[in-house]
Design a binder for this molecule. Sequence first.
Ligand code: MN3
Length: 221
Amino acid sequence: MIQCYPFELLPLPWLYDALEPHMDTETMFFHHSRHLKTYVDNLNRLLKPYPAFHDWTLERLLTENKSLPEEIRQDVRNNAGGVYSHQFFFSGMTPNSTKLSGKLKNALLLDFDTWEAFYEVVFEMSLKLFGSGWLWLAADRRGKLVLLTLPNQDTPLPIELSPILNLDLWEHAYYLKHKNMRAPYIKAWFQVINWYEAERRYQAILLENALQNKPSSPCCE
Ligand code: MN3
C-alpha cells in the first residue's frame, strides 16, 4: 500500500488483545494508539508547510532523506522512521501459527546452519543493543540476509537493505508487561512472528532484485 502525506494511523491487522499472552493488550493499545499515532501526527505537522514533498512515500522520505530541507531533515527521519518501522513491525506479527518456510528458510539455514543458531544470534543482538532502537532482518541487492541493529527510529532503507522483519527494542515496547526485562519480550516475539508475511516480503525483494539486475537491452549473439 502506497502512503503519502497526509499519513494516517492505519488500523492493526488484528485486535489489541489478539497476541495475548505473548504481547499484552495494554502494551499493544498504547503502542499503536499513542506511540505510532504521535509519529504519524508529527510527520504530518512537519511536512504540512512543504508541499513539494507531499507526494513522497514513507520509503522515499527515508531513502532520500538528505534531499529534504535541513530544518526538517532529522525530524522527518525520526518520525517517518517511526511510522514505517511500527507499521512494518505490527504487520510482521500474527495470532495465527505460522512456520518459517520457502526461500527464506533456505536462505536462513544457508547462513546460520540451524534454526537454533539463528535464534541465538537474534536473541544476543537484541539483548545487546544499548538504548533505544530496532533489530532488523533484511536482505541486500543479491538477496543475501543481513541481521543488524539500528538506533532510534533508523531503518535499513538508506543503506540499500530491504527489510524482512523487525523487532522494536524501545522500552515502551515491553515495559508495561516486563518492566526492564528485555529477554522475555524477545522470546515472546518469536511466538508471534508472521513467517508467511516474512516469506512474502523476501520473495518480493528477490523479484525486485531480479528485475533491477535484468539487462536493459536484449542480448543478441
Ligand atoms: Mn515502538
